[in-house]
Design a protein around this ligand. Sequence first.
Ligand SMILES: NC(=O)c1ccc[n+]([C@@H]2O[C@H](COP(=O)([O-])OP(=O)(O)OC[C@H]3O[C@@H](n4cnc5c(N)ncnc54)[C@H](OP(=O)(O)O)[C@@H]3O)[C@@H](O)[C@H]2O)c1
Length: 360
Amino acid sequence: MSAVLAEAPVPKTAPVAQEAALVLLGTGVVGGAFLKLLCTPVAKRLHLVGAANSRKQQIEAAQLAARDLRERLKREGAPRDDAALLSALDEHHATLKVIVDATASGDLASRHADWLARGYHVVTANKSLAGGHLSGWRALQAARAAGGRYGDSATVGAGLPVLSTLRRLCDCGDSLLTLEGVFSGSLSYLFNTYDGSRPFSELLGEARKLGYTEPDPRADLSGEDVARKLLILARNAGFALGSDEVIVESLVPESLRDISTETFLARLEELDEPLAALHEAARERGHVLRFLARLNQRGRARVGITEVPLTHPAARLYGTDNQFALTTTRYHTQPLVIQGPGAGPEVTAQALLGDILALG
Ligand SMILES: NC(=O)c1ccc[n+]([C@@H]2O[C@H](COP(=O)([O-])OP(=O)(O)OC[C@H]3O[C@@H](n4cnc5c(N)ncnc54)[C@H](OP(=O)(O)O)[C@@H]3O)[C@@H](O)[C@H]2O)c1
């Protein structure tokens, strides 16, 4: 048996069959990891014809090939102008023209549907369109129905196979009944680690230094990012939820909301007492705290801190794990659970690459 296994061919990721020309929007953490992947053999049929950060862009081949493209773009390049980037795509001989959005810009996301309608493919880590206003989601669905290809694997679970699985189930006539889980790597880390022995603020400061949270941790603690992911999943399962229909229980008290990042970081300790009280109350019942996203059978959606018993799947998470428990018409006795690291530039960039390769 072992000899047979040893001789089994090593599976290879098939490179995209067709040549693809790419424009990369966003050269931050994820965009930088994506640029590294473009230098690997699986990307040999992908041609970067433009790259941009929020202020500068580059379409010169020699500049785009520079190893320090990200750093160069911080100092030099042409001013931002989408038209020049789209022209670079149009002028390339490749059949597939792909816009890769590795930003969090709502402004750029609002152009996705238009780009699809104009014949470009869009591959994105940016949740602002699919997880934003319902009108934006509907515009996206219309563009998809007209043939636009939208790669969104990186928007939820940093590329864990959640959206693809959900769509596959729905394509087979299955229906999502309920959805529950931990959709944020940073909040997962914080509550998997918080045991009341140290102040929450201390843990948060450490998580920030490790790069697990946004520079302003309120972006994570507000629950808004989790709410966008819940909306994306719910909408893909056929729930036409408006962005105002998700109840979001922020971990940031009112008094810490409208202040500068610097002041917030200086007042982190104000988070400690309320969380310690919740933790203690949960501990007395033999429970733990988790920041859960939930969608029930009637389409009610909520994200916020919840006590769960130790037997709950979310109580058994590690590090920055995400978890998605899908109860469907056919997975109704036990949910289908997808779990794994749900943050990180390399896996997110890989999800973008995977979506591009799938276009060919
Ligand atoms: N980091 C992760 O682990 C992770 C995981 C899953 C999904 N995501 C998603 O991936 C996206 C990028 O995250 P990130 O961590 O890479 O963020 P980041 O490091 O802050 O990078 C964002 C990049 O977008 C650029 N940008 C902003 N507006 C732009 C515009 N109008 N045109 C072109 N570029 C623009 C920024 O330019 P400047 O440098 O000039 O500001 C920056 O280069 C976000 O939507 C995030 O939610 C991230």
